[in-house]
Ligand binder design. Structure first.
Ligand code: ADP
Ligand code: MG
Length: 695
């Protein structure tokens, strides 16, 4: 008998399934309780055809008025379904003889699918359907159907069964920490009630409210998750305060001299923001406590230079610096910068990435262990288990939100061993994601923060325009013209579906269509389902100009620098979060030439969506974008895309739930003398294994 705390104790879970679940961070039955649905399907009622709206997923029933094979662009089977209120076209691109025989005029159908606008009015492409016998009625679901995050090799019905098991088994025994502590906070439901509702909403539940994430049951869970994250960060912070670190005085001779030489070699002056950030860092690293500092600044504000100036301090004092980027490509970019800047200063820069050959790796490891390597640039490879640093005094992590929040802490354990004393390295984290202050206070509670607000002088702001996608032909011409004059162009197709499986589909047809429309343009394609090595190959080809037009899902790497890229088209822009749009837009405007970002939207555009796109047209300041995003996202607004990337949160959304932050802070205070409760909350939301690993 497997013990009750093991996944293997669940019906239908053997070692293989447990393995797959663990890839999602699910190690215990309890973790399944906190695997929350991404969205819901409403199969609890039949929707009248006349009241269907594009974008809606619905169960419909009707009678086939007409079925026909059409040969326009692609051979397809068109079925016109009618009921008393209206009609709907079902469209099948792939269909069998048997299907064709079943779908004939007069037959009655029950279908489920997504409604899209089509040439003949509303349609469903490849709906699920059942043919009904005369007089037959099919039962409807009693609850909304949860759709869980995709787990490779596990079908949704399995996930539903597993979550059903843990709801039955664990909910009755679950303790609710917040009322226990007498500190429930705002009027929100209890934990068990919230979990049951979110996993299995009853028929009639407000789907709009649920998909906006603003249902009180979701808010209750969000509050708890934010609290757990906050507590864990505070804990880290407390522990760090008790650690000692090498003191790196910026005033020491060698430090002063290296920095002067470096700054003189740059050929530009630091901006005021860069100087201020550097002053913060200098003060931190001199203190004898480990620095834990976040440098925030918009793309292109020059964070790397600041990082380099900080790195020199450690080198000047005879210690090592590790600089980590989330992808090979970004790491390579840093490697090139640090080679260029530091080699002339006589500093040894080493490169460590997962793709390094065995021999090179062995050599690099040796150089890191014996201290020959002073500055080490790389990817996750920097914190491999068996890698030892001779004297690591500073860890620099770029584009922090791409790493799990707790992941970087692994590097901290590689601290310098200063003559028998255990020393923690200083930590510098850089992010281009602008974080409003209340959020930073809560979710970067372990870090102090410096903000670089201005871009270096002479930078051209990106000119942003919003166009209806009816004007797509004009846009394609514009792309053609831009490429003729030597520019490189991004064409971004956000994935509309949240399912990973559709990710490539968002971009592939567009890439094909563009290649056809622009025969003399070299078109490349990049999307999330490609292997990392293939992605990098494409990005490189684009950087080198071998690819001129890059069609991409939103995976385009944060921080990738292709100065020749001066035009970006973003499709379905109205579906993306403002901050995400701003991040994407930051891929252009990195060179001397002026750049344009075209936001294509599907008309008609709702007033709110219009207001959001106007924000982007109006400003290039990431902080302002973040702030306005916060203001504009009112309760009840349905967002197509979750804010991704900043922190791996399950229910909470940093922007949407910003108003909970003061409550989180207050609750955390109250829990200060209830360490057992705090620990329980952290266990629940963050888990044990993942505290220091990938979240
Ligand atoms: P990010 O903050 O996005 O990481 P980078 O550090 O990559 O920005 O800097 C973007 C570009 O601006 C680089 O080419 C860098 O050399 C240049 N740069 C940085 N600081 C300045 C400055 N003060 N004046 C002029 N150019 C600068
Ligand atoms: Mg950068």
């Amino acid at each position: 008998m497997p013990e009750a705390g093991s996944l293997l104790s669940l019906r239908g879970v053997g070692p293989a399934v447990a393995e797959r679940l663990s890839r999602l961070g699910i190690e215990r039955p309890l973790d399944l309780l906190f695997l929350l649905p991404q969205r819901y399907e409403d199969r609890t009622r039949v929707v009248a055809l006349g009241s269907l709206r594009p974008g809606q997923r619905a169960v419909v029933e009707g009678e086939i008025a007409l079925a026909d094979v059409a040969f326009r662009r692609r051979r397809s089977l068109l079925v016109r379904l009618t009921d008393r209120t209206g009609q709907l076209t079902l469209r099948f691109f792939h269909f069998s003889r048997a299907q064709q025989d079943n779908l004939v005029a007069g037959a009655r159908l029950r279908c489920y699918g997504e409604v899209r606008p089509g040439p003949l009015g509303n349609e469903m492409v490849h709906p699920e359907y059942r043919v009904l016998a005369a007089g037959q009625t099919l039962p409807l679901d009693e609850r909304l159907t949860p759709v869980y995050p995709a787990v490779e090799g596990l079908a949704q019905f399995r996930l539903r069964d597993l979550t059903g098991q843990v709801l039955d088994r664990l909910l009755p025994r679950l303790t609710d920490e917040l009322p226990d502590a007498g500190i429930r906070g705002p009027a929100l439901p209890g934990l068990a009630e919230a979990l049951r509702y979110v996993h299995r909403p009853p028929a009639g539940a407000d789907l709009q409210l649920l998909s906006s994430g603003m249902h009180p049951c979701q808010r209750r869970l969000a509050l708890e998750e934010l609290l757990a994250q906050h507590l864990s960060l505070r804990q880290i912070r407390e522990r760090a305060r008790q650690d000692t670190a090498v003191s790196l005085a910026a005033g020491a001779d060698r430090a002063r001299q290296l920095r002067q030489e470096f700054l003189a070699s740059l050929g530009f002056e630091l901006t005021a923001g860069q100087r201020a950030a550097l002053a913060d860092i200098d003060a931190d690293v001199a203190s004898g406590c480990p620095m834990m500092r976040l440098v925030q600044g918009d793309v292109g504000c020059g964070k790397t230079v600041v990082a380099a100036a900080a790195a020199l301090l450690a080198v000047a004092h005879g210690h090592q610096v590790a600089i980590m980027a989330p992808t090979e490509l970004l790491a390579e970019q840093h490697r090139d910068s640090f080679f260029r800047w530091f080699r002339p200063l006589g500093i040894t820069v080493a490169w460590l990435s997962g793709s390094l050959g065995q021999k090179a790796r062995t050599q690099t490891y040796a150089a890191i262990e014996d201290g020959t390597a002073e500055v080490i640039v790389g990817t996750h490879a920097l914190f491999q288990e068996n890698l030892r640093y001779r004297s690591l005094a500073l860890v620099i992590v770029d584009e922090q939100h791409r790493f799990g929040v707790h992941q970087r802490l692994k590097l901290m354990d590689k601290g310098a061993n200063g003559n028998g004393r255990e020393l923690k390295p200083h930590q510098l984290v850089m992010t281009a994601t602008p974080i409003p202050r209340t959020l930073a206070m809560t979710l970067y509670a372990d870090l102090d923060s410096s903000v670089i607000r201005e871009l270096p002088p002479g930078r051209q702001p990106v000119n942003t325009v919003a166009l209806s996608d009816r004007r797509r032909p004009e846009v394609v011409e514009r792309v053609q013209a831009a490429i003729r004059s030597g520019a490189r162009v991004y064409w971004v197709c956000p994935l509309i579906e949240e399912s990973e499986h559709l990710e490539s589909e968002a971009a592939e047809p567009t890439a094909a269509a563009l290649a056809e429309a622009l025969p003399d343009v070299r078109v490349g394609l990049i999307h999330g389902r490609m292997a990392p090595a293939d992605k990098e190959k494409v990005m490189k080809a684009f950087a080198q100009g071998k690819v001129q037009l890059l069609v991409a899902t939103t995976v385009i790497e944060v921080g990738v620098d292709v100065p020749a890229a001066t035009l970006m088209i973003i499709e379905n822009a109205e579906r993306l979060g403002l901050s995400q749009l701003h991040q994407l837009r930051g891929r252009v405007g990195r060179g001397r030439d002026s750049s344009t970002c075209v936001l294509l939207y599907r008309s008609p555009l709702a007033a709110m969506a219009r207001a959001r796109l106007d924000v982007l047209r109006g400003t290039n300041d990431g902080f302002e974008v973040a702030q306005r995003d916060l203001e504009l996202r009112g309760p009840g607004e349905v967002l197509g895309t979750r804010q991704t990337g900043q922190m791996q949160l399950r229910v909470a959304d940093l922007v949407r739930d910003a108003d909970l932050m003061p409550v989180v802070q207050e609750l955390a205070q109250k829990l200060a003398d209830r360490p057992a409760l705090a620990e329980e909350l952290m266990q629940r939301w963050i888990g044990t294994g993942s505290r220091y690993g990938e979240v």
